[in-house]
Design a protein around this ligand. Structure first.
Ligand SMILES: [Zn+2]
Length: 278
């Protein structure tokens, strides 16, 4: 029997990403604050469809907006790790990264009563230490890399990379990678971001993006008997009205097409059973 899994994932950053980038004037902060409005809308949408999702919640959001995070837990969703301060690991020393990892673990454990099983890095940029740290701290899965699309795989450590030399694969670890893609993330499609040196235009048609996202599911159905498709969204991005309508349409289309919705933790467990244990 073919089985095609969809993970709806929400990175509940609120103001953390703006603060991590030094955008601390009132308007960017308010842009992140809109995530509280978006989160309420997303929770209502998920409830109306009876779906459980995975929320990657920075420790910052848990400690700044406890009631909004308690609502996520009360609705039965998975809360997974998304750093404390939303600083990309690639910009941190190993010590800084581990301290932030532990602090966020403690915030999640206080919120949910259990340690998170899954991790997604801020801005999807792991350091050379991240995989080792995740294993050392008991994580089952990571969702920050792009080496596949429908099939989870084992995260590696110690890849050998040197300019002018062939790529050397490092050893596979027990950590399950639940792959992601910028094309399946709401942020680059929708957010208008202007800095001194760059402009991210964003503001694309929500329906067009959802058509692309549905085609990813259709292609998964055509090409594999079993697979996991992960969509990444941010409450302050997808929570705008016309995007919520488009997301509702996508969920209906996915249901009609036979998608099996589950949390990423459950999908990673299924991947572990199917792919990694003989
Ligand atoms: Zn984030």
């Amino acid at each position: 029997m073919p089985r095609h899994i969809v993970c709806l994932t929400f990175d509940f950053d609120t103001q953390s990403g703006f603060i991590a980038r030094g955008m601390t004037t009132p308007t960017p902060l308010s842009r992140g604050e809109f995530g509280l409005v978006g989160a309420r809308r997303i929770l209502a949408l998920l409830k109306s469809f009876g779906l459980r999702a995975t929320w990657f919640v920075p420790g910052f959001t848990i400690e700044s907006h406890p009631r909004a995070c308690e609502a996520v837990v009360q609705e039965g969703h998975e809360v997974a790790h998304h750093s404390w301060a939303h600083v990309p690991p690639a910009q941190q020393s190993r010590e800084e990264e581990e301290a932030d990892l532990v602090r966020a673990n403690e915030a999640i454990t206080r919120l949910t009563g259990r340690k998170p099983r899954g991790y997604r890095s801020a801005s999807w940029d792991l350091s050379e230490s991240t995989v080792d740290l995740l294993i050392a701290h008991g994580f089952m899965y990571d969702s920050s890399m792009m080496g596949g699309d429908y099939l989870p795989y084992r995260a590696r450590r110690g890849d050998r990379v040197e300019l002018g030399k062939p790529f050397g694969f490092g050893e596979e670890t027990a950590l399950i990678e639940m792959p992601i893609s910028w094309s399946l993330d709401d942020y680059p499609h929708f957010e208008f971001v202007r800095t001194a040196t760059t402009v991210l235009p964003g503001l694309h048609s929500a329906r067009t993006v959802m058509e692309n996202w549905l085609d990813e599911f259709r292609y998964m159905q055509q090409t594999v008997d079993w697979g996991v498709l992960t969509y990444t969204m941010h409450p302050y991005v997808i929570g705008r009205g016309y995007r919520m309508l488009a997301l509702e349409g996508l969920v209906k289309d996915l249901q009609r097409a036979g998608a099996v919705f589950m949390t990423m933790e459950d999908a990673a467990k299924e991947a572990q059973e199917r792919m990694f244990t003989s």
